[in-house]
Design a protein around this ligand. Sequence first.
Ligand SMILES: OC[C@@H]1[C@@H](O)[C@H](O)[C@@H](O)c2nc(CNc3ccccc3)cn21
Length: 444
Amino acid sequence: MAAFPSGFLWGCATSAYQIEGSPLADGAGPSIWHRFAHTPGLMRDAETGDIACDHYRRFKDDVALMKRLGMQAYRFSVSWSRILPDGTGRVNQAGVDFYSRLVDELRANGIEPFVTLYHWDMPAALDDKGGWLNRDSAEWFAEYASVLFRALDGRVTKWATLNEPWVVTDGGYLFGALAPGHRNLFETPIASRNLMRAHGAAVRAYRETGRHEIGLVVNIEPKYPASESPEDLAATRRATAYMNEQYLDPAMLGRCPPELRDVFGEAWTDWSDDDLAAVRQPIDFLGINYYTRAVTRDDPAAWPVRTATVRQDGAFYTETGWEVYPQGLVDTLVWIKQRYGDIPLYITENGVALADAPVENGRLHDPQRIEYLRQHLLALHQAIAAGVDVRGYMVWSLLDNLEWSLGFSKRFGIVHVDRQTQERTLKDSAEYYSRIIASHGRAL
Ligand SMILES: OC[C@@H]1[C@@H](O)[C@H](O)[C@@H](O)c2nc(CNc3ccccc3)cn21
């Protein structure tokens, strides 16, 4: 196997609410996920992020684990309500200090911090003011981002504004499976627009003082028509516009996919030229979260996109019900380059939830996760060989963690976490990934 490009960044990814625990420690305010998780009936097994992986207290041990594995970068998110407990205004210095210590610990161990400003956990105080439905959310977010830029820029050299705006709106405002748990077609495009306005406002704020790189992280799920029928082809166009183009087109092209008018119907309003210009800010990279594909057919009853995903005979499906399809990563990366140009890319998430074996004698054998990683890294190498400018790969995830409203039932970690003892145990996939890093991909 040929090596990956010189300077290619090998790392792992997590997010604050999924691993930190101690959500209200040291002056932090509640987030919408703290509120959602403590609302009866919304979380599988009534799980919450109150403890999670106890990373807030154990972060030095977890950094040591990353060092042992040879991680070159660590993508993590900052909890907005640790920094600004009320969402705006008063800065909680203890919250800033936690992330400052984490950044210093990473850098002292030769690991590059890769910071996501927003991984879904808006301060509850701002949700009380309308959250992403309030046009002021763009200014709230830029204020929060600027606090972090002042405190950490220079020690942090890679910033991502948002993690997966599609999931925030589809999960949080349309179907209600995620915080803040709304089910409202009319709210969804409003939240989408304000999220992207917030992205643009944070990028503009960064350009005033920032000296390094800032980008956007999106989830891409390539859509393949189930047949060549006009109905399935149109459905595939709608699904592509709704999940894959809805956020990248404004950010990169300064326009919205026309199919969104069909998807949202009377709930759709065209973006103003001012909003389009405010969102289309030059960025330094795109983060791509890739997990699976969707073979797509027309389904008139499947409101509002009117599409369905067709199960593939003979394919392997993960614990989250996602088809394993590495070719989709190649197709996605080539598509990104063709549609948006040669912007540097990072794979900011890729991983798999499996019905892991138990820990035995300090080991956990997960051959299927090794095969998933191997296949997707081979696909990644194929895309790079085809000329796509991919500069790094972050496996999701370092630790078994809180899979949002699914609780701890879905284990994505390359490191097992014992829910009772918090003991970390390397899975075979962690050893495998460590060898991949050490060999710069040659051990694939
Ligand atoms: O589900 C695994 C991870 C999740 O733990 C991360 O917090 C989040 O960034 C994340 N995004 C995806 C891919 N996008 C997605 C697609 C459909 C439903 C939910 C997420 C997977 N994941």
